[in-house]
Write a protein that binds this ligand. Sequence first.
Ligand code: SF4
Ligand code: SF4
Length: 375
Amino acid sequence: MIYKDFQDLKLSALGFGAMRLPTVGGVDAQVDEPAAKELVDYAMAHGINYYDTAWGYHGGHSEAVMGRCLRQYPRQSYYLASKFPGYDLSNMGKVQEIFEEQLRRCGVEYFDFYLFHNVCEMNIEQYLDPQYGIFDYLTQQKKAGRIRHLGLSIHGSIHVLERFLEAYGEAMEFCQVQLNYLDWEFQDAREKVALLERYHIPVWVMEPLRGGRLCQLSEEDAAVLHALRPKESPAGWAFRFLQSIPSVGVTLSGMSTMEQLQENLSFFETEQPLSPEEWDTLQQIARAMTGGVPCTSCHYCTSHCSQELDIPMLLKLYNEHTFTGGGFLAPMALSALPADKQPSACVACRACEAVCPQQIKISDVLADFSQKLHS
Ligand code: SF4
Ligand code: SF4
């Protein structure tokens, strides 16, 4: 196992994500606890010391299951992470109640790592609003030793991350980012990593395989990669990409089976970062995979829109929505916008299209987006 230095700790570069534990009959809220325990035991025996759970995973059962799976091990032999569930705005006034319950569920006296979960457009105002006292409460818990390290996970845009870091950046010790070779450009992961580097905040990776999508390459893409590294699997390429980014600390992977765990462990025996040629090849493959509307975010169009729509942002969300066949990211980001800034607010005047250097049929795209969102 590769270990990463983090302050005075040595963290396993592969972290165990407890959001895709084995289940009974495919029911998310029914964790197959004996199978989960077998995975945790194997992970512990093979050097994984970082375990990431959250309030909402597996219908609220992940924390308790992980607590029971880890209970037999000395408390100092593993690092446990959980998160404040601010993705649900009804939780905002309940930070103390939820935090106490999380410790109880996990059967621990402190969390090694604790995060503001899913900072995004929908909740940034509330996370920054002192009336909820979330930051103050969590920093108090840190002073009391019940949180050892405080961080965040980000699903919002780079602008949301900027706002959060302007407010709390000095207190943030790590940040979980959706990072993989597809999202390096597609979800602005590159800009987020660069911003975090300016704050000297290390990056924890979530979705290293994009929910398994990066294991399903086309025959042509697989052949291109095979010619460069004949022994590397598609998953291996995704992990080698991450091993090429210096500020990446822990890479979290939600593992459901022993085969996945064993395969992932094999990628963390040695670091094998990509050469510049390999990196460029992966980026070309990623661009072809995501496709979508070729907006470059030049913003030439926005001053021509009588509805004052943030056209590049909407097109980015359209691409995400189309690529994932729905997903949660685009609806979540749109939920923070008023009705007169939604895709449906476009009046099809086409003034924007006259100035778009990419000749994008913006009004048609927004109409399609609106229809997809409401179908
Ligand atoms: S077509 Fe839609 S997006 Fe473009 S300028 Fe008109 S209202 Fe704005
Ligand atoms: S002008 Fe075209 S390329 Fe530029 S931001 Fe607008 S839609 Fe995107």
